[in-house]
Design a protein around this ligand. Sequence first.
Ligand code: GRF
Length: 193
Amino acid sequence: MRLAVLASGTGTNFKAIAQACQSGDLNAKCSLLITNRHCGAIDIASQLDVSAEVLQPNNYNNYNLWDHEVSELLQNHNINLVILAGFLKKIGPKVLHNFSGKILNIHPALLPKYGGAGMYGENVHRAVIQAGEKVSGSSVHWVTENFDEGPIVNQFTVTVEDDETPESLSLKVRSKEPAFYVETIKQVLSGLK
Ligand code: GRF
């Protein structure tokens, strides 16, 4: 089983997944990291000896060419499961078609609420707090053509305290996500989810 991780940020989730593959905790090889910009995840890939490619959409004449390139790269590496971990570009139709039902994402809220365009980073936690929610969490879901709308695979919850801030809620959720994502991928790979 060959995994590719797509990331745009610090790469905390990518690191946990790549390390779990290397330790044998996940019965898979983390074969490839793709990012859409220079970011922390690239440094982690070089530390962990995972092939990394930066595919910046601006370097392509249009979005479809970028989408095509992402798809080719995944296919050339014989990827079986695509893991989005803080990837901020929309997955294109070519990748969706070629990896239908094989793309997972993690979103830092309890979907189906607080997902969709613009709902990333602290925007999500701010919306949760403003709505007066007492519980938030994180969701792993299958990726479909609309942001954050595919079938939910697994969720965990955290309590939203009365004095919670977007920053504190983000920290609380982020501290639990990497181990949770690894565990969920393990269940997906063993057919339990
Ligand atoms: C995570 O909070 C995830 O839920 C969201 O993006 C963040 C990625 O963080 N989709 P990192 O780059 O793995 O540290």
